[in-house]
Design a protein around this ligand. Structure first.
Ligand code: 0WE
Length: 256
């Protein structure tokens, strides 16, 4: 899968275990030039250190809850690259309390935050990037989802609702942007230990169920998620849009 000469934006890198970072590394390896964003001062240093290991990567601020910061991306990317071929969206957040309380007790604010950061941000980012993608004759947008969008997993709670909204947004964006040759897809990854999942009570139970029940009888590695994303970013998937691709060693097909 070749991305030589392509320009990409990667949103959602927190540290070296981030799925977004695995995708960034694979895309850079495939020849792409990248812009990475950081959401706040706390994560800026992490992102700068990781970006420095890539060839000629650009680092930009982007808190996805800020319309101003999303709007400011467009001129910065235009100046750096003069257009854009792909966008990787790997931003997600729900307040910790919402992932340990009962779902029925989800607060209005927690619901709003989870949906804003984890689902609306894809729509806003896509909208900001459309002019840049159009300058290059179209492009590919890939976001990250989880099977908790479709089925209930203990404690995933409002994140499952946010991922359901994200997956529906993938389909509506695909329909909207298809005529401009912009594709929109999601990779739904099985459980992986990242900053976002480490420390979650029950993660080890989910990872064990994955190894025992998935047809391939194993979990996934970051590089395997990244390779699936690379397919969706590349010319190889040019007829695929609006799709949620399960990259879970087959876990989702098993009933019992
Ligand atoms: O989508 C995710 C991560 C979502 C996430 C995780 C956190 C933990 C720390 C969003 N917001 C926060 N907020 C925090 O304060 N995953 C698919 C990983 C994940 O998260 C879970 C999981 C799995 C798997 C949360 C509960 C149960 C299982």
């Amino acid at each position: 899968m070749d991305l030589t000469g392509k320009f990409g934006l990667i949103v959602g890198v927190a540290n070296k275990r981030s799925i977004s970072w695995a995708i960034a590394q694979a895309a850079a390896q495939a020849g792409a030039r990248l812009a990475l964003t950081y959401p706040n001062a706390r994560l800026e240093e992490n992102v700068r250190e990781l970006a420095a290991t890539l060839d000629n990567a650009v680092v930009l601020p982007c808190d996805v809850t800020s319309d101003e910061q999303i709007a400011a991306l467009t001129p910065s990317l235009d100046q750096a690259f003069g257009g854009l071929d792909f966008v990787v969206h790997g931003a997600a957040f729900a307040p910790a309390a919402e992932l340990s309380n009962r779902f029925v007790q989800t607060s209005r604010e927690g619901f709003h935050t989870a949906l804003d950061v984890s689902a609306y941000s894809l729509v806003a980012l896509a909208n900001a990037c459309v002019p840049l993608l159009e300058k290059r004759g179209g492009g590919s947008i890939v976001t990250l989802s989880h099977i908790g969008a479709e089925r209930v997993f203990p404690n995933y709670n409002v994140m499952g609702v946010a991922k359901a909204a994200l997956e529906a947004s993938v389909r509506y964006l695909a329909a909207d942007l298809g005529p401009q040759n912009i594709r929109v897809n999601a990779v739904s990854a099985g459980p992986i230990k990242t900053l976002a999942s480490a420390g979650i009570p029950g993660l080890s139970v989910m990872m064990q169920a994955q190894r025992e029940r998935a047809p391939l009888r194993r979990g996934m590695e970051l590089g395997e998620i990244a390779d699936a994303a690379l397919f969706l970013l590349s010319h190889a998937s040019r007829a695929v849009t609006g799709e949620v691709m399960m990259v879970d060693a087959g876990y989702h097909v098993v009933g019992l």
